[in-house]
Ligand binder design. Structure first.
Ligand code: PLP
Length: 457
């Protein structure tokens, strides 16, 4: 199962140093030691290259983030220009910088309705952690310090700080601690795996009733916020039943609970809109957490965008705002974000995704004729292939079959990077894919899944 063994010397050296010293994020550290790693070394448009010069379609957009693709000289120049002028300065207290203030104003313009205030961080976990800290602080300041519980969902992925791993569903918690006492988990809106004999409408009614029962059981006055990704990403690209967002939002309004939309993956074009919660699903959250596509990965950056109502309370005189990071408002990261958004707007990338996204979906759905493919699901450039042992019963293959990993390895041999997650393979490519490239990716996936079926015989 070795991914790449024949490294050139420099890649071999990189791997030796890696094996001895580097702790990989979200990985099997034991398997890496045994199997080696691919050393990534170059990029170009929608492709990445390893250190041996092999070229791959980047089917995962870096990690759901390289929305405008690689090699964008304009972004690189904006970063370099900013580094020359002012590489860094703190924004604590009364200090600011031009890129951060301009990006905050731009995000306030793009975000729905009353979302006009922006807190910058360095990534999606920080964006969600900040969202919850701000909500808690809001309730402390209006004299309701007991309002602390957060409703989240099984299969959610909101990050891996002590707090955000708790917001993340229990799947990623085994063997690790987190602030789980703050969180109440609801069911994932996972229609494909809903109980047999239950209609999609019946399933939606169940989910909504479950949420209302939970609010009443916890006591509405103890619940601070509900956090939800518009489409669950790392939990399996779960698209909720039609109407789910509207009805969960209405419940939040009914009980005075803040709605936090985790748009770390879904914002900045991935689903064909700047912000999917509002533009695609028709709700106006109280907070949007964003990261990844905000800078297309050219710099680490996140933005937690909050409503006028929350800002008005937390900015009242009488208490300090004890929340912030050295690299909040990093000038070079904000310069990258500004240029990235300029490109998304100028090249009409959202409109383009609304045309090419459905072609990507259709191309992947064609794979459903293969025996191994239980379901292809997702929307636009956020897709997932679920493998099953039996299409009818939806039974899974044994974990030792490593089906997602095998498919990913077979894809990589054929020039495509996809992300394995258990029985799933996730695709979240750059949004600039051409139709011919989409077709080629579809063909590679078909060959690779067929090869995996042969491997498993
Ligand atoms: N929220 C969602 C929906 C994500 O998919 C991720 C990461 O994939 C995060 C939050 C955490 O972001 P980060 O890894 O940048 O901390």
């Amino acid at each position: 199962m070795t991914l790449t063994t024949n490294f050139e010397k420099s890649a071999q050296e990189a791997w030796e140093q890696d094996r001895a010293h580097l702790i990989h994020p979200f990985s099997s550290l034991a398997a890496n030691k045994e199997e080696g790693c691919t050393v990534m070394a170059g990029s170009d448009g929608v492709h990445v290259m390893d250190a041996e010069g092999n070229r791959f379609y980047d089917g995962i957009g870096g990690l759901w983030c390289v929305n405008v693709g690689y090699g964008r000289e304009e972004i690189i120049e904006a970063i370099v220009k900013q580094l020359r002028e002012l590489p860094f300065y703190s924004a604590f207290n009364n200090l600011t910088n031009k890129p951060a203030s301009a990006l905050a104003a731009k995000l306030a313009e793009l975000a729905p309705g009353k979302l006009n205030h922006v807190f910058f961080g360095t990534g999606g976990s920080v964006a969600n952690d900040s969202a919850v800290r701000l909500v808690h602080h809001y309730f402390n300041r209006i004299g309701k310090p007991y309002r602390k519980k957060i409703l989240s969902r099984q299969n959610a992925y909101h990050g891996s700080t002590h707090l955000t791993i708790a917001l993340t569903g229990p799947v990623y918690q085994a063997g690790w601690d987190g602030a789980t006492d703050l969180v109440h988990y609801l069911s994932a809106p996972h229609s494909y795996r809903r109980p047999a004999g239950v209609s999609e409408e019946g399933f939606l009614d169940f989910l909504i009733q479950e949420m209302e029962d939970a609010i009443l059981k916890l006591g509405p006055d103890n619940v601070a916020a509900f956090i939800a990704e518009p489409i669950m990403g790392a939990g399996g690209v779960i698209v909720p039943p039609e109407g789910y967002h509207k009805r969960t939002f209405d419940l939040c309004r009914k009980y005075g609970i803040f709605y936090i939309s985790d748009e770390v993956v879904t914002a900045f074009g991935r689903l064909g809109h700047m912000f999917a919660s509002f533009d695609k699903f028709g709700i106006e959250p109280d907070i949007i957490a964003s990261a990844k596509g905000i800078s297309s990965g050219y710099q680490p950056l996140s933005a937690t965008i909050i409503s006028d109502e929350i800002f008005e309370v937390i900015s009242r005189p009488g208490a300090a705002f004890f929340h912030g990071f050295t690299y909040s408002c990093h000038p070079a990261a904000c310069a990258a974000g500004l240029k990235n958004i300029e490109i998304i707007e100028r090249e009409k990338i959202c409109e383009r995704v609304r045309k090419t996204g459905p072609i990507f979906e259709k191309t992947l759905h064609k794979l459903e004729d293969l025996d191994l493919v239980g379901e292809v699901r997702g929307s636009h450039f956020m897709m997932c292939i679920e493998s099953v042992a039996d299409k009818k019963t939806k039974a899974l293959l044994p974990a030792e079959a490593n089906v997602g990993k095998r498919i990913a390895q077979n894809c990589q041999k054929r020039g495509l990077i996809v992300r394995p997650l258990g029985q799933l393979n996730i695709l979240s490519p750059p949004l600039t894919l051409e139709v011919a490239q989409i077709e080629e990716i579809g063909a590679i996936l078909r060959q690779s899944i067929k090869a995996t079926m042969d491997d498993l015989k």
